[in-house]
Design a protein around this ligand. Structure first.
Ligand SMILES: O=C(O)CCC(=O)C(=O)O
Length: 286
């Protein structure tokens, strides 16, 4: 089983139809310079500062040793990026990523929200991560319908610097989103490294196989940031709304929705509201 040798790279100014055609054909597309340099520089500076206080290997995906093994013993990972720097909100409002995510996810939901927003610094000596699909979180429950499962999640791995294969560039298996077989972690398959410049984004479906690459350098960290969305009728991997109980007053409607400040309205699809807040009695409202 193998896919094409290389993923398509397109400028962020390319027509949305071209970005989507590559995304749907290969399961992923590299969007060059999707994020502007000031946003990237601000995020990297904030992430570097915070990373100094983070020990490699402590992230465990809420699953103890099994999760820690999956995300790497020489890798630093952390979320809650809105508490680190306001540039995070610019990232959420990025128009190119919004256009791709709208086209992919809105046919299956009334709205979507942040699934992960996570700094992923792969350290020297880290081994390659197991290949997986980001939709594995939910697809385990609906495996019988694979590969006709709906698109429920979309991810972007964003370069915070120049990322090369030796530093641990993400590995991808183009075309694997269409394989007839759905199995977990047992793949003998050719992968391609997704090298990125600062601000480039590897945008991929939750159905495509990929994983962090091995970092074979002696002293360079692979500095990237993962931002993914999931349909509003599924529980996200990370609990971002808990970081913003102040309600994100003054932020854009998109940012507020992505961070769980509004209830889920399924329309125009059938279904009911979710993530509702109950009205308080009048005497409690003053
Ligand atoms: O670090 C990477 O390049 C990929 C990480 C990843 O795919 C994940 O942890 O789900």
């Amino acid at each position: 089983m193998q896919g094409p040798a290389k993923l398509t790279q397109l400028p962020a100014t390319a027509p949305i139809e071209d970005l989507l055609a590559a995304y749907h054909r290969d399961g992923a597309v590299v969007v060059k310079r999707m994020i502007g340099r000031p946003t990237i520089d601000a995020l990297r500076t904030a992430a570097d500062r915070f990373a100094e206080k983070v020990e490699a290997g402590v992230a465990d995906q809420g699953m103890g040793e099994q999760g820690a093994f999956f995300v790497g013993t020489r890798t630093k990972r952390f979320s809650s990026l809105g508490l680190l720097d306001d540039a995070y909100f610019d990232l959420l409002d990025n128009e190119v990523y919004a256009a791709i995510a709208d086209a992919v996810l809105l046919p299956n939901c009334g709205s979507y929200w942040v699934n992960t927003a996570q700094v992923m610094y792969i350290g020297p000596g880290e081994t390659a991560q197991a290949l997986h699909r980001d939709a594995d979180n939910w697809f385990q429950h609906v495996v019988p319908t694979w590969p006709d499962t709906p698109e429920v999640t979309i991810s972007a791995m964003i370069g915070l610097e120049d990322i090369t294969e030796e530093m641990g560039a993400t590995r991808c298996v183009p075309g694997s989103h269409c394989w007839s077989e759905f199995n977990i972690y047992e793949f003998d398959v050719e992968t391609v490294p997704v090298e990125l410049a600062p601000g480039d984004a590897f945008v991929y479906t939750g159905k495509v196989l990929h994983g962090g690459g091995a970092n074979t350098t002696a002293d360079r960290w692979r500095r990237a940031l993962h931002l993914s969305f999931v349909v509003g009728w599924l529980t996200p991997e990370e609990a971002h709304p808990l970081d913003h109980v102040d309600g994100l007053v003054g932020r854009s409607p998109r940012v507020q929705r992505l961070l769980g400040q509004h209830s889920y309205d399924p329309r125009p699809h059938p279904g009911g509201g979710l993530w509702l807040r109950h009205v308080r009695p009048i005497e409690d409202q003053v």
